[in-house]
Design a protein around this ligand. Structure first.
Ligand code: TAP
Length: 808
């Protein structure tokens, strides 16, 4: 009797399906198994003759000897990039486009060699390098060839940074390199890039493709090396912008060491992304989602779905299905085309993962490794692993394991799912499984993550920005937002430094400390949670007018007041969900009420700052106008819909950053205050504002206007006092999500960048440059709105039957 089909499936064995490594090994032979740096269009040996070996982690075989860059190598790469930059930027956009297009074509032509070389160097399955990494990299160059072509019309008023330093990790070496290089070149920058020590080879092959494409010498420079080489790049004074992808620890270090250097910085860091499966999910699809989410690339994926959150009713069923599926996952030679999981990138990584898993078990987790016996014992192979009964506070549910390990927790209600999902210091990605579209679309905006996949996972496209919230870093790669990361406003080059301007006068001349609040309290208090609040320290400061006479007193806020203000702001999170129409109405209302009291404000400005009545009128008028501008933007700066080449729409939502600290400058104290709080408020943020230290009365005079303009309590909190002390508290506060700093000193900018590393808050500092608050190119518009928002891409599949598949 013939066997049933189901039985055949049970007994069928996979035959071997090896990909040949011949061409890749021949390529290494052509290079005498020695890879130097690629600087100024040529291969060069390291100045200090320092080398390291790169190893195939699946076999332990040495693949090549690779140059290890030192300061001298980085210097010569930066020199080459600097001399190539002006010409590259000045080149006709269409010509730059043609180079990017040529690189995309060359990647496609060499796709197999690239895929095999990547697999040999990294240990990841050929199935993934061939079908995902290399194709997505080519797509990235095509997409950015397009941005280069239309750069002038799409980014007017913006220009390249200059020389960009880029440091990438080993998990998607070729793809991460493409994500970095393509937008940098499209925007007119030149590049010094360091691949990871474990995976130097595909970057070297790419250098060869650059030569073949005839790319001008110095436009791309690849300096191989280790962490110390990376540090040389990030610290180099000739580099104007750093783009880093890697661990949160190193990202934090880079933020600290580049603080105050005026270098622009984007960080793409780690993650601990949740996969949320609701009771009404298609469980079989969800199982495949988990497989793709955590076992793709051996789990060495920044956005890996490493925390599985299951609704209680289906938890047992789902775990049972997963166990069965895990048994069928094939771990083995990454060059075998029928392998699901290859080798980890290094022995070091193996040990790190194993140690964390053992710790998880020690902390009470149940270890599930159904395929353990089939996992090769030689080479860096780790079986697909699931940890059950994990507590939210255990190490394995908090730290990024960066390996094929998923932790499992259960939840009862959608609210609980959101709470658990957001209970992480990271915020890179999330995946939601539910057949109820209303539920899925309700949950997506509530998750703190830069990317949310509905009924899918690990979808990427060059047109859809990718990047994180919180300690997953700042900045996006891909799409329009990714291009902005490689551009800066052109006006910045013309801003004078405060050093050369009259505006830098000591605040002390205008401010005097007074103990106690006096018998008749005429002191303007702080403004916290929509109410006037006495300063915690019961001290006040006397504010002098332009003639040196006492103009009034303000509360001297301290750390505790900042903490109270942040708490009030945090509680007012409903503002971020409020209708955009409402935000517009309130901003118009503030403008209307300011207009009604314009004379009073004009007088105050003249008295305090000594400006003429005409100048005071101009400032009040411009402030009213600016409020209208942001009232106008409030319901217009909305998102985009992307159409990646698969059956998805990716909805790019612009969300408020959250609680935003704002430190205002002294000049034009009314206008600069309005110019900063209005865009933040229009985009749904809650603010804690430190107004001008010299002229705080302009801000405190606004309390009544806020009260009569229906501003909900907690949206605008104002703490007067000594700016340096208050700023530091804001920068160090973990519940402040972003901090804008405008001041007359560079030390303040440096301090803000350095002190903000605790929770890796987004910072926007003026580096001691003075902008003209009347110049609308500098003082209002999209730049402000961009700093006031995060972009979240929500991927929504459509179509019945096969569903949204990968298009590459
Ligand atoms: P890291 O150890 O941070 O290394 C990343 C890169 O930085 C490597 O090239 C490394 O060089 C270099 N580096 C090390 N120390 C440095 C220093 N002090 N200054 C400058 N550069 C330094 O991360 P990893 O272990 O390679 O990669 C894994 C991490 O990357 C994970 O946390 C993962 O989540 C994250 N990741 C994030 C993303 C996105 S898009 N968010 C994508 C992929 C990976 P060597 O390797 O040669 O030491």
């Amino acid at each position: 009797m013939s066997a049933k089909v189901a039985e055949i499936f049970e007994t069928m064995e996979y035959g071997p399906a090896p990909e040949s490594e011949k061409t890749a090994l021949e390529w290494l032979d052509q290079h005498k198994k020695t890879i130097g740096h690629f600087i100024n269009g040529k291969w060069v040996v390291p100045v200090k003759s320092k080398w390291f070996d790169t190893i195939n982690p699946a076999t332990g075989d040495k693949l090549a000897k690779v140059a290890c860059g030192t300061k001298a190598d980085v210097d010569s790469a930066v020199k080459a990039a600097t001399s190539a930059q002006k010409k590259w930027q000045a080149m006709d956009n269409h010509d730059r486009t043609k180079y990017l297009y040529a690189l995309a074509r060359l990647i496609q032509k060499n796709s197999r060699l690239l895929a095999v070389l990547e697999t040999l160097d990294n240990g990841k399955p050929i199935r993934e390098t061939r079908d995902l990494d290399v194709n997505l990299a080519a797509r990235h160059f095509y997409h950015h060839a397009g941005w280069a072509q239309i750069l002038d019309t799409e980014f007017p008023g913006y220009e390249a940074h200059g020389v960009v330093g880029q440091v990438i990790p080993w998990n998607f070496p070729f793809l991460m390199m493409a994500w970095k290089i393509a937008p940098a070149l499209a925007a007119g920058n030149t590049v010094v890039l360091k691949p990871a020590e474990f995976t130097p080879l595909t970057a070297a092959l790419f250098a060869e493709l650059c030569m073949e494409a005839g790319l001008p010498a110095g436009v791309i420079n690849i300096v191989q090396g280790d962490g110390s080489t990376g540090a040389e790049i990030t610290l180099h004074p000739g580099i104007a912008k750093i783009a880093f992808t890697g661990s949160t620890d190193v990202g934090r270090l880079i933020r600290q060491t580049t603080a105050g250097s005026t270098k622009a910085l984007t960080l793409e860091l780690g993650g601990k992304s949740p996969t949320i499966v609701f009771e009404n999910a298609d469980l079989d699809s969800a199982v495949e989602g988990v497989v793709d989410g955590i076992w793709l690339n051996q789990g060495e994926v920044c956005c890996a779905g490493s925390r599985l959150l299951l609704q209680e009713g289906i938890a047992d069923k789902m775990i049972k299905k997963l166990k069965r599926r895990m048994k069928n996952l094939r771990v083995g030679s990454p060059l075998d085309k029928a392998i699901d999981m290859g080798a980890l990138a290094s022995d070091e990584q193996y040990k790190k993962i194993d140690k964390l898993v053992k710790l998880g078990v020690k902390e009470g987790a149940e270890l599930v490794q159904p395929g353990k016996d089939d996992c090769p014992t030689k080479g860096c192979f780790y079986p697909p692993t699931m940890l059950l009964n994990v507590q939210p506070s255990s190490t394995v549910s908090e730290v990024e394991i960066f390996g094929p390990v998923v932790t499992v927790m259960t939840f009862r209600t959608p609210e609980e799912a959101v709470q658990l999902a957001n209970n992480s210091r990271y915020g890179l990605a999330a995946s939601i499984w539910s057949e109820n579209i209303n539920l899925a679309l309700d949950i997506a905006p509530k998750l703190k993550a830069g990317v949310v996949w509905i009924n899918s996972t690990n979808q990427f496209d060059a047109a859809c920005g990718f990047g994180g919230y919180r300690e997953s870093g700042f900045g996006r790669e891909g799409g329009r937002e990714g291009m902005y990361a490689y551009l800066k406003p052109s006006y910045l080059a013309d801003l004078p430094s405060y050093k050369d301007s009259k505006a830098k006068r000591s605040a002390a001349a205008h401010v005097k400390a007074v103990e106690g609040l006096g018998t008749i309290d005429r002191t303007a208090k702080l403004y916290i949670g929509g109410k006037q609040a006495r300063p915690d320290g019961a001290y006040s400061l006397s504010i002098l007018d332009a003639k040196g006479k006492l103009a009034g007193q303000v509360g001297e806020g301290n750390r505790k007041d900042i903490r109270n203000a942040v708490e009030a702001a945090k509680k007012a999170d409903g503002w971020g969900k409020s209708a955009h129409h409402l935000r517009a109405q309130i901003l118009y209302y503030i403008a209307e009420n300011l207009s009604a009291r314009a004379d009073e404000f004009k007088k105050r400005l003249s008295d305090l700052t000594g400006v003429t009545p005409a100048q005071a009128k101009k400032e009040v008028d411009e402030s009213i106008r600016r409020l209208f501008t942001y009232g106008a933007w409030a319901d217009k700066y909305d998102g985009d819909v992307h159409y990646p080449p698969a059956r998805f729409v990716a909805v790019a939502m612009k969300e408020p950053v959250g609680t935003l600290g704002i430190v205002c400058p002294d000049e034009n104290p009314l206008l600069s205050f309005v110019s900063l709080f209005a865009p933040a408020m229009a985009m749904g943020n809650r603010t804690v504002i430190v107004p001008s230290e010299k002229y705080p009365l302009l801000a405190t005079d606004l309390y009544q206007i806020f009260d009569t303009s229906d501003v909900p309590g907690g949206i605008i909190n104002i703490v007067t006092g000594h700016r340096a002390e208050l700023t530091k508290t804001l920068a160090e506060h973990d519940d402040v999500d972003a901090l804008w700093y405008f001041g007359s000193d560079t030390t303040g900018s440096e301090m803000v960048e350095k002190a903000s590393t605790g929770n890796l808050k987004r910072t926007w500092v003026n580096n001691g440059l003075q902008r003209d608050w009347f110049d609308r190119d500098q003082a209002e518009g999209e730049e402000y709105l961009r700093y006031a928002t995060e972009i979240k891409n929500v991927w929504i599949p459509y179509g019945e039957g096969e569903g949204g598949g990968k298009a590459y």
